[in-house]
Design a protein around this ligand. Structure first.
Ligand code: GLN
Length: 492
């Protein structure tokens, strides 16, 4: 059961070969057994999950089921979930039980999916290793001494260890794709505005986007079809017709299904900054794509090297403003002792936020302050435009851009924690995509010294269905995405 696709699980449920309660139990038991080693979940509420499973079984009995009815799904603890603790990985929200559902959660609820648990994450999604979580680091199921990536590391570890069939994540600078790469999963960051941000705790509002972390492109298509859609409660949600992201995946196009597809290979992606073994695996994947009929073209993204510096001005600027709401007055943590209002604010924020979050608030406040705004913030916005223009130019020459997702495989816990710049460079291949607002997917493309590596495919705006199809065609002829870590089998 734990290796079945979401569509196969849905048919098992529809045909009554298993009930949602049995399925939910199975995953809750796996979580009880394996989560202590991984720390992938912050909150589990067996009774609440089983109650949803019973309701789903009722729906299945009535014949009123959709593709996700009765399937347990784990959610990153950044999505407000009514009646559930929603911590965003922070002490600041360690006592916050959300009074409402994020739109993404509401959509899964309406689809009849079971909320399996809330997953661990870097504090306020700031990080690339899950080490900034107030609830402790998550461990990578492929090697427990290594990080799962971040910030959606709990979701990635949970799905990789088969503690959940699929999960949600959010991606501000790489937080879906990088953990997908480090844990051998398929993860997609949609076009900015495709998935509602309502109730998704804000980090950098112009960059944040929710998306799926799953075992295959096919599963991502099922997940994204549930997550995407217009929402008038998010002012940046795009009013587009509802889309079935699965539609292209089922067509039979013979042995060269991708003929006519032009894959752009940016010179900047294959430079010395990436581990040699990863470049070799990406090259081999590109060769597989040629066999599927695709042609490759050399392209250039000349301003990509400026993406990390521009991001580390823009994202902290937005974060410093978004995080101003955590002041101990309305909700969340409040310092136990203080003598006046200002002292309460100070102590609450000093005690409630961790070091990385404070660093970002300080940087963000600095770059927005009088006298520095033009020099840093405006300049970064100009670079952002140049990066978007580079992609626009590239998409005149190709349909999809391919390259590595992460410059390294999973690194050791503690290896980069003391050096923020090294940590920031983990996202060198993913950040430009967020700055431009484009969709991208990471898919497993092989192993280096036993650790998974990811191939990133970037598409033009609103080409999610195409990207998932391109990913799926590769997964039909390769088995990398089917590999799973040892020690988490059904019998273990
Ligand atoms: N690692 C990047 C950061 O720390 C991106 C995180 C994310 O995508 N949420 O900001």
């Amino acid at each position: 059961m734990i290796e079945r696709s979401l569509r196969e699980i849905a048919s098992s449920l529809a045909e009554r070969r298993i009930s949602s309660v049995e399925l939910t139990r199975l995953y809750l038991d796996r979580i009880a057994r394996h989560n202590p080693a991984l720390n992938a979940f912050i909150t589990i509420d067996e009774e609440a999950s089983l109650a949803q499973a019973r309701a789903a079984d009722e729906r299945l009995r009535r014949g009123d089921a959709g593709p996700l009815t009765g399937i347990p799904i784990a959610h990153k603890d950044i999505f407000c979930s009514e009646g559930w603790l929603t911590t965003c990985g922070s002490r600041m929200l360690a006592n916050f039980v959300s009074p409402y559902d994020a739109s993404v959660i509401a959509r899964f609820r309406a689809a009849g999916a079971v909320l399996l648990g809330k997953t661990n994450m870097d504090e306020f999604a700031m990080g690339s290793s899950n080490e900034t979580s107030f609830f402790g680091p998550v461990r990578n199921p492929w090697d427990l001494t290594r990080v799962p990536g971040g910030s959606s590391g709990g979701s990635a570890a949970a799905v990789a260890a088969r503690l959940a069939p699929a999960a949600t994540g959010t991606d501000t600078g790489g937080s879906i794709r990088q953990p997908a790469a480090l844990c051998n999963l398929t993860g997609m960051k949609p076009t900015y505005g495709v998935v509602s941000r309502y109730g998704m705790i804000a980090f950098a509002s112009s960059l944040d986007q929710g998306g799926p972390l799953a075992r295959s492109a096919e599963d991502c298509a099922v997940m994204l079809s549930a997550m995407a859609g217009f929402d008038d409660r998010d002012s940046t949600s795009l009013d587009r017709p509802a889309e079935d992201f699965f539609r292209d995946l089922v067509s039979d196009r013979g042995s060269r299904p991708l003929s006519g597809l032009r894959i752009g290979l940016p010179a900047e992606f294959f430079d010395a900054g990436c581990d040699r073994e990863i470049i070799e695996l990406v090259d081999a994947a590109v060769a597989d794509y040629r066999r599927l009929g695709a042609e490759t073209v050399s392209i250039s993204l000349p301003n990509m090297r400026l993406s990390v510096p521009a991001y580390y001005v823009i994202a902290p600027a937005e974060a410093s403003s978004n995080l101003a709401r955590f002041d101990g007055v309305r909700y969340g943590y409040r310092a136990a002792e203080y003598h006046d209002l200002i002292d309460m604010y100070r102590k609450t924020r000093a005690q409630g936020f961790g070091a990385e979050v404070k660093r970002r608030i300080l940087i963000g406040t600095y770059v927005l302050s009088h006298g520095y705004y033009d020099a840093y913030y405006l300049q970064a916005q100009r670079i952002r435009r140049l990066i978007a223009n580079d992609f626009a130019e590239a998409f005149r020459q190709c349909d999809v851009i391919a390259g590595p997702t992460s410059p390294t495989t999973a690194f050791r816990l503690g290896e980069k924690a003391a050096d923020p710049v090294q940590m920031y460079l983990s996202d060198i291949y993913t950040i430009a995509v967020n700055l431009a607002g484009l969709p991208a997917v990471s898919i497993p493309c092989g192993f280096a010294a036993g650790l998974p590596a990811g191939l990133q495919l970037i598409g033009n705006y609103f080409t999610e269905a195409r990207l998932l199809d391109v990913a799926h065609r590769y997964q039909m002829v390769t088995g990398w995405h089917l590999q799973h870590p040892r020690g988490f089998d059904s019998e273990d």
